[in-house]
Design a protein around this ligand. Structure first.
Ligand code: LRH
Ligand code: MN
Ligand code: MN
Length: 424
């Protein structure tokens, strides 16, 4: 399904007056508003190919219908999002959930929707129908060399798909670990994993990056071999410049100070990128900013400060991606909400009075420092995010237009009610 641009224009025309009033007020409130709008126009967040269908838990799955049945339909769905918000210009594939059959056709379809291919993701947390060995006791860490080799080969295969598609990074997330004390020799598991990662790293093209994602627990519940940022850092440090740590916001032990982790990884030049989502209990994979918007803002605050002091390009130098699962919401609506929340946090962080903050910190003026951050967080920047969309031909209110156009109903008409997308 392709969105007619005149429908977007008509929607924007109807809302223009009320939008202009809000925008003018915001412009009068925020000194660097114009610069913020330009940064928002440039900012893109990749959509994971595995989040376009209804997710589920081990207790059940409640599909809403019209889910994409193929990689082509997933690309079309991301294209829809991008047409609505002009901020979702890339898709991240998880292999083998999504294997491109004909690279040229897939690339042409993506180009038609103005989409790029973001990081490619390997999967050694599930056994594949045609694979010789099982990952029951781990993949890159396995005590059996032949199993490790199978997992390494799979990662190299994923890199090859990525090269064909024009991607430039590989994300490795390992479910490896142990369920019971005594099951694993931690150091052997570490060394095996390092050796396997080194073999994968060797296969990376010169201009590629390898992102090593960490996660505190699940599916293993006693130990995880890449469990936190320190462990990921220890590996990527040994691998080389192309290897970086990937922060998935839902992968920490409760109350972890994620913004501090982000700040230090940036300082070490080892921050690769993000999987955005929100959570209350664990890897809940809920809509970004749904529960802890202040935390999201504080993370962006560190990013903006750390990237600016290092002369980094906000849009290009890190991998920005959503990693969410939608159990009860329409996945496309949920993804639009996540992108919006991320853009709001980013815009608020860009509006922080940095000079004043530096001064307050130098003077140990704790109250002032807190006021500066909270003032930025409490300023309504939604009109700036909407203006960025308006200027790039996208919709002022994407979720509203999505509903007005009955997109889900149309997709159900095209694809049927009982469709099932591959993924989480
Ligand atoms: C693991 C994870 C990782 C996987 C994705 C499906 O919890 O966050 O990024 O690739 O979920
Ligand atoms: Mn993730
Ligand atoms: Mn996760």
């Amino acid at each position: 399904m392709l969105l007619d641009s005149y429908k977007i224009a008509a929607h924007n025309d109807d809302l223009l007056k009320s939008h202009s009033n809000k925008l003018n007020f915001t412009l009068s409130e925020i000194a660097n508003a114009e610069a913020i709008i330009q940064k928002l126009i440039d900012f893109q967040i990749a959509i994971p190919s595995w989040a376009l269908g209804t997710g589920g838990t081990r207790f059940g799955r409640f599909a809403g219908g019209g889910e994409p049945r193929s990689l082509e339909e997933k690309i079309e769905d991301v294209g829809l999002l991008h047409a609505l918000n002009n901020a979702s210009g890339a898709i991240s594939l998880h292999i083998p959930w999504d294997i491109p059959q004909n690279y040229n056709e897939i690339k042409a379809l993506a180009a038609q929707h103005n989409l790029k291919f973001d990081a490619v993701n390997s999967n050694t947390f599930q056994d594949q129908a045609d694979s010789k060995y099982s990952y029951r006791y781990g993949s890159l860490q396995n005590v059996n060399k032949a199993i490790r080799k199978q997992a390494v080969d799979h990662n190299i295969e994923v890199i090859k798909h990525g090269i064909e598609l024009g991607s430039d990074s590989l994300t490795v997330w390992l479910a490896d670990g142990s369920n019971f004390p005594g099951q694993l020799n931690f150091r052997n598991a570490y060394e095996n994993t390092l050796e396997s990662l080194q073999e994968i790293y060797e296969a990376l093209p010169a201009d590629w990056k390898l992102f090593l994602e960490y996660k505190s627990a699940e599916p293993n519940f006693y130990s995880t071999t890449v469990a936190d940022w320190g462990q990921s850092y220890s590996y990527v440090q040994k691998l080389g410049d192309k290897a970086k740590t990937l922060v998935d916001l839902g992968h920490h032990l409760p109350n972890a100070n994620i913004e501090q982790i982000v700040s230090l990884l940036l300082m070490e030049n080892k921050l690769g990128g993000f999987h955005f989502n929100d959570s209350k209990y664990g890897d809940d994979d809920l809509t970004a900013g749904a529960l802890k918007p202040y935390q999201l803002f504080l993370i962006f605050n560190e990013l903006v400060e750390g990237m600016d002091t290092r002369g980094m390009n906000h849009a290009k130098d890190l991998g920005w991606m959503i990693d969410a699962s939608h159990n009860i919401k329409d996945p496309l609506e949920d993804l639009l909400q996540s992108v919006e929340a991320i853009m709001i946090a980013y815009a608020q962080a860009l509006s922080v009075d940095r000079k004043a903050l530096v001064q307050a910190q130098a003077e140990n003026d704790v109250v002032r420092a807190q006021e500066i951050l909270q003032n930025a967080f409490r300023t309504d920047v939604r009109a700036l995010v909407a203006e960025a969309r308006l200027r790039s031909g996208a919709a002022l209110r994407p979720v509203e237009l999505y509903r007005q156009l009955n997109v889900r109903k149309e997709l159900i008409g095209e694809r049927g009610l009982k469709t099932m997308a591959t993924g989480l």
